[in-house]
Design a protein around this ligand. Structure first.
Ligand SMILES: *Cc1c(COP(=O)(O)O)cnc(C)c1O
Length: 387
């Protein structure tokens, strides 16, 4: 009983005395001890216990146990948001003077961490283009501790070669951390390709219904012990309620990811044939420059499709304005289809040259394809392209 769909459903925290079938919500900030000796030994970490919900909670335990097993990791730590997971990873593992090598195309707030927050503590980051394997090797210095990457990347959907980068990391004795938010463990398990750390924003597909924020770090015992030492005392804890919601969400993650991917592939193919569209990016289209690599690393292509609309910034904005069903919102991985235009929103502060470096052209539209009926999704896209 170790297949991923079964793990997602059957990993449960211990039943309470009520013998419930579905795990209840444990809204408690602290836990009682049997006596002074029990209290002493739990604080000394000689016997396991929850102590206080900034450290541990049965709902949080269940959520992180599921993800740990699904990613094939040894241990994990849950956080209140995806960014708390990214930050806790660096704060727990690095010290002043350490260096990070990262693929250039990373989530906006991660970019801010690299360029504005971590430098305050003397931690520097060097960016490398997604496909420049030699560049990754060249950027590594004696003080480099972590190589960081996102694949598929947002919003250009670059596919990075996990195995090749993991080998570079092993040769240089540095940790390889992968933000696996776009794929989830259903589509891609970076640890199987040699990554050391997997990071998630559970806010996206893991919740998948646009309700709660959450994050997770999955790795080996040693790495998680260091992250735990930081997080227990700095407080990025996931709330029990959000953990309970997320843990339930995981039960349907495989079904949702398959349908997201199925719908997205159909939309990507139809867009490719449309004459208002310049080009389409989707990992499982044969026209994707890294299609073979995507097929090696991922079981399906995921729910995000990016395409270049003819007519640049204005055409991109008009397309968004003409959509009737799609939501215009700063989220992705929802049951509801979502459209964004990065050049006029999330990436508007970058110069055109900087945007080009991360593959964001003026007419690039990012669609997060939801779980509505495929024909309704296409009808909306098509009428917005024509109007
Ligand atoms: C959203 C996102 C994050 C940050 O997650 P939050 O839960 O919003 O803090 C990190 N990485 C990627 C790839 C994301 O899409």
């Amino acid at each position: 009983m170790n297949k991923i769909e079964t793990i997602a459903i059957r990993t449960q925290s211990e039943r309470s005395n009520s013998n419930e079938h579905s795990v209840p919500l444990y809204l408690t900030s602290s836990y009682v001890f049997e006596g002074a000796e029990d209290m002493r030994s739990q604080f000394a970490e000689e016997t396991p216990g929850h102590i206080y919900s900034r450290y541990a909670n049965p709902n949080v335990d269940e959520f992180i146990d599921k993800l740990t097993r699904m990613e094939g990791a040894e241990a994990g730590w849950a956080t209140a948001t995806g960014m708390a997971a990214v930050f806790s990873c660096f704060a727990g593992l690095l010290e002043s003077g350490d260096h990070i090598v990262s693929s250039r195309s990373v989530f906006g707030s991660t970019h801010k961490l690299f360029t504005e927050i971590l430098p305050k503590w003397g931690i520097e980051t060097t960016y490398v283009d997604a496909h420049d394997l030699e560049g990754f090797q060249r950027a590594i210095r004696p003080e480099t501790k972590i190589l960081y990457a996102e694949t598929p990347s947002n919003p250009a959907l670059d596919i990075l070669d996990l195995e090749a980068i993991a080998n570079i990391c092993k040769q240089n004795s540095i940790l390889f951390a992968v933000d696996n938010c776009f794929a989830t463990p259903i589509l891609q398990r970076p640890i199987e390709f040699g990554a050391d750390i997997v990071i998630h924003s559970a806010t996206k597909y893991i919740d998948g219904q646009g309700r709660t924020l959450g994050g997770a770090i999955l790795s080996n015992q040693e790495v998680i012990a260091q992250i735990k030492a930081f997080a227990r005392h700095s407080g990025p804890a996931l709330s029990p309620f959000n953990a309970w919601v997320l843990s339930k969400s995981i039960e349907t993650l495989s079904l949702r990811m398959e349908r997201h991917s199925d719908n997205a592939l159909k939309i990507a193919k139809r867009l490719e044939d449309h004459n208002s569209v310049e080009s389409v990016r989707y990992p499982f289209l044969t026209s994707h420059p890294n299609h073979e690599l995507a097929k090696k690393q991922m079981s399906f292509g995921g729910g995000i499709v990016s395409f270049e609309i003819k007519g640049g910034v204005e055409a991109g904005k008009q397309f968004l304005d003409h959509l009737q069903m799609f939501s215009l919102t700063a989220n992705l991985g929802d049951t509801r289809s979502i459209a964004t235009h990065p050049a006029s929103t999330t990436h508007s502060k970058l110069s055109p040259e900087e945007r080009a470096e991360v593959g964001i052209t003026d007419g690039l539209v990012r669609l997060s394809i939801g779980l509505e009926n495929i024909e309704d999704i296409w009808e909306d896209v098509e009428q917005a392209l024509f109007s």
